[in-house]
Design a protein around this ligand. Structure first.
Ligand SMILES: Cc1ncc(COP(=O)(O)O)c(C=O)c1O
Length: 404
């Protein structure tokens, strides 16, 4: 008789966004005349930039000719893309990362979920609280998190690093030493960023304690302040303690196209075993590469025209962030984020819980956001709005909230 992976049964309730979807569907069915504005899920709304479309068309045509047709992509990604990434995201910023340390994938969600596979089952993880849920849930599936306490919303074998207004939404170095530390900056959901000096402290801590930092930089393109690093590899010593995850979803609108990459420096080792070799083995065994057409689209991101068009797209969303931030602040809300990230994190008014505020906004303003408590216990009393809507919808949503 077969057995299932019982760790899956430990996962509490349904996924945050399914619950939100259900509530919105039910409200919509009961009030078909109401027009709902969605500033909840972190999906983009602007179409792909012309430079991306052009690159994809060209690649599609190549696939239709005998001489230029491509089959399976190389396991780790095409060299043209890995070279463009190494130069565009690392060497140009003074980071010592080479093309052969970059693994191209179909996005940061898969990589952030799969990376834990190359670590021992008894590794202890540390996560920010609130947190992007994928890091925790995938470790639950792997049996690494202990038991769930529904009352506190925490796992017995996870080290939580609260990120609250008291520490400016930046975690303290944990007293109990973890083996794997998940950091995401600019942060989803709080929209906070980390300075290079502060990140250096994390790198030094990891090196001192033999821990690995899994650094999710999916929102790097939204950084606007000089003091905020674009990569953990800007910090000295990161090559021996850090893995970096990147996505093309938020800087280039690839949420439906699918492309990302992971950087594992060859100096990152456990004894004499290189993590690069383990991830290469995993990639080669379980993954057959991102599509050629998509990798060509990714290459276009790094061209001069690509950079111009995409920075205009990022500026469009960051203008929305400003509309949300200033509008809510003017209306008396306590808000943060929105400066180096497309997320605004607001304190729910009065003693309202995150879900109470969700229902209130849905019913009274017909605006959908994300309850902070869905990201972890320290998210209770907070609420996330995203800048990824259209400008028109963003303005209307904020006008409605201001009018409450
Ligand atoms: C922190 C973080 N990492 C990764 C992802 C997923 O990125 P991708 O679309 O590349 O899978 C998201 C998506 O919202 C995210 O917020």
């Amino acid at each position: 008789m077969f057995k299932i992976n019982e760790n899956y049964l430990k996962l509490p309730g349904s996924y945050l966004f399914s619950t939100i979807g259900k509530k919105v569907r039910e409200y919509s069915e009961a009030h078909p005349d109401k027009e709902i504005i969605r500033l909840g899920i972190g999906d983009v709304t602007q179409p792909l930039a012309p430079v991306i479309i052009e690159a994809m068309h060209k690649a599609v045509d190549e696939m239709g000719h005998q001489e230029t047709f491509r089959g399976y992509a190389p396991d780790l990604g095409y060299e043209f893309l890995r070279d463009a990434i190494a130069e565009g995201d690392y060497r140009s910023r003074g980071c010592d990362i080479s093309a052969d340390e970059i693994f191209v994938s179909d996005g940061a969600k898969c990589d952030s979920g799969n990376i834990q596979e190359i670590f021992s089952e008894d590794c202890r993880i540390a996560v920010c609280d609130p947190v992007y849920p994928v890091y925790v849930d995938t470790n639950v599936m792997a049996g690494r998190t202990g038991e769930y306490d529904a009352k506190t919303g925490t796992w017995s074998n996870v080290i939580y690093m609260p990120c609250t207004a008291d520490n400016d939404f930046s975690p303290e170095l944990p007293k109990e030493v973890p083996d794997l530390i998940y950091l995401c900056f600019p942060n989803n959901p709080t929209g906070s960023a980390i300075t290079k000096d502060r990140l250096q402290e994390w790198v030094d801590y990891a090196n001192r304690n033999g821990a690995v930092i899994i650094y999710d930089a999916a929102y790097e393109a939204y950084i606007s302040e000089e003091s905020v690093p674009h990569s953990i590899f800007e910090c000295s010593g990161a090559r021996t303690c850090a893995i970096e995850l990147k996505s093309f979803s938020k800087n280039a609108g690839f949420t439906g196209v699918r492309l990302g990459y992971t950087v594992i420096p060859r100096d990152l080792k456990c004894g004499d075993v290189s993590l690069h070799a383990l991830w290469a083995r995993r990639h080669g065994t379980k993954y057959n590469g991102a599509p050629y057409i998509v990798q060509r689209a990714g290459e276009a991101v790094y061209t001069e025209e690509g950079r111009k068009q995409l920075s205009a797209q990022v500026a469009y969303y960051m203008n929305n962030a400003k509309v949300i931030y200033e509008g809510l602040k003017g209306a008396g809300y306590t808000v943060s984020g929105g400066v180096n990230a497309p997320y605004i994190w607001l304190k729910t008014p009065g003693a309202m819980t995150s879900w109470e505020f969700f229902d209130y906004l849905l019913e009274k303003a017909n605006v959908v956001g994300t309850p902070g408590s869905g990201f972890g216990p320290s998210g209770e009393g907070y609420f996330r709005l995203t800048a990824f809507g259209t400008y028109e919808n963003t303005v209307r949503a904020i006008d409605r909230i201001k009018a409450l």
